[in-house]
Design a protein around this ligand. Structure first.
Ligand code: NI
Length: 252
């Protein structure tokens, strides 16, 4: 169930049966010549929406822009500073917490978001910790799963792609988006990848990134991506993350 398509009385009724919410978070950044700019948002969104349907869980609007300053050398990329992202996550969680939500299950699609997400959770907990009486706030818990790192997904990526998985614009994430958006996939798939497998190296600022990785990819060969593998990855992620979400809701 997507929050964006609910009415407020439906949300009020949902809160009587669950105080959990799934929050997809991604990024708006280049993914090489054959990957969508929205890849990091599309992947967690596809997983979250399937989980929402299967588990009768509410899915919050995707946080579509993340911490991606190193991608700004490429047209179409957008970034929040770490401090902005921490504030955005805090304000969204506190908005929903005001209504009674207290279990926030983030599904993340972008590595650059991880430190800011952890800092945001610490800021949220600190407000309650510093107030001796709890600050008149109900306890809130936040968890994050980086979908591409979970056991079942990493196992498939390793089996199917091996080293060609690389680090950015990976065949796994590209495959999942191709499965979700086959018509757009047919268009971008035709673009050339030279070299087939991208170089590897460190990440600093935007100019340096573009110099080291001229087409935007790092260490990956996304020409191996297919809709069939995308579907397999989606099924595996939904199954594993659904188990994690249920356990998160049931934990004391
Ligand atoms: Ni990505």
């Amino acid at each position: 169930m997507r929050l964006q398509l609910c009415t407020w009385p439906e949300v009020e009724a949902y809160l009587k049966r669950s105080t959990g919410i799934i929050q997809p978070i991604g990024s708006t950044e280049q993914h090489g010549p054959t990957g969508f700019i929205g890849t990091d948002s599309i992947c967690p969104e596809l997983i979250a929406e399937r989980m929402g349907d299967d588990l009768d869980a509410l899915v919050a609007p995707t946080i579509n822009v993340g911490m991606a300053q190193h991608h700004l050398g490429f047209p179409g990329s957008a970034s929040l500073r770490p401090s902005t992202l921490i504030a955005v996550v805090g304000d969204i969680v506190k908005s929903f917490a005001r209504h009674g939500f207290d279990r926030f299950f983030f599904i993340n699609g972008h590595g650059g978001n991880i430190p800011s997400l952890q800092a945001a959770f610490s800021e949220i907990y600190a407000e309650r910790s510093f107030a001796a009486d709890g600050g008149n706030r109900s306890p809130v818990r936040c968890e994050v799963r980086n979908w591409w790192q979970i056991k079942s997904v990493a196992a498939i990526a390793n089996e199917v792609f091996g080293d060609a998985e690389g680090f950015h614009a990976t065949p796994s994430e590209v495959a999942l988006t191709y499965y979700g958006y086959p018509d757009d996939a047919a268009r971008v798939k035709k673009n050339k990848l030279t070299p087939k497998r991208a170089p590897e190296g460190p990440i600093y600022d935007a100019e340096d990134y573009r110099r080291r990785f001229p087409d935007g990819r790092i260490g990956s060969d996304p020409s191996l991506a297919s809709e069939e593998i995308g579907e397999r990855l989606l099924e595996a992620a939904v199954e594993e993350l659904s188990r994690d979400y249920r356990a998160f809701l049931e934990a004391d």
